[in-house]
Ligand binder design. Sequence first.
Ligand SMILES: C[S@@+](CC[C@H](N)C(=O)[O-])C[C@H]1O[C@@H](n2cnc3c(N)ncnc32)[C@H](O)[C@@H]1O
Length: 251
Amino acid sequence: MKKLKRLVWYFIHGKEFLNSPIFIEGQKRTKIELEKPHSRTEVINFLLSLFNEETTYLEIGVRNPDHNFNHIKATTKYSVDPGLEFEENPVDFKMTSDVFFEKLNSNQVLSSNIKFNVVFIDGLHYAEQVNKDIKNALDFITEDGFIVLHDCNPPTEWHARETFGFFKTPAKGYWNGTTWKAFLKWRFNPSVYSCCVDTNWGVGILSKTHNIGKSISATNPFYEYYLLEENRKDYLNLIDFDSLKNILNSN
Ligand SMILES: C[S@@+](CC[C@H](N)C(=O)[O-])C[C@H]1O[C@@H](n2cnc3c(N)ncnc32)[C@H](O)[C@@H]1O
């Protein structure tokens, strides 16, 4: 009897779950995001193409390099990853970004004088870590260089959940983590220009010198997701890829 009750419960609530408007909306938003036309790779390669010189690129968090790193067009490329998600982990520096920057600062890897034209931050997707990666990367980009961040525009709070491994949400296996909070924190900072290309889960860009978007006054001190939902365009300075090209080609 107990077993039967449990089965009935599973059936009723499982059905409710799958048919709930929130679940359906979450799946719809995933589909919309997946259908957006441009990849992070295209955005990064466009930024690198702006330099009329040899370019140096750093990627933090690589996983399978065939998905992005191997397609990046830069004269010199470096990669950092502790190898948590891809066993082969064919990167230059098999370590976390914190260890990498510590070693870089003390000349234990590369040289503390190195400057990158583009640093792509796509490692541990928690706001605190992303914020650290941004701070560290700012010391190592050229004056006219860029920091690029993946996953700045989570389509729902389920995509922006903290628990990576729980797939029974409307986002299923898709995960952007809390990167958006770190990006938003830097949107509040007048020392950098910023925008987010509205494609491929939000490709955030920071620059010290290219006016790709002025900072906004700080609001949402608790980084509530519902306020991101209400103010997405303004918070992230969401623009399409063509607008980014227009801004930077006319700079
Ligand atoms: C989303 S994947 C990177 C995807 C890749 N950049 C791309 O565009 O296809 C995230 C990677 O970050 C790595 N990672 C996790 N924690 C890290 C950390 N603290 N520092 C650097 N990389 C980290 C993981 O091992 C994983 O390979």
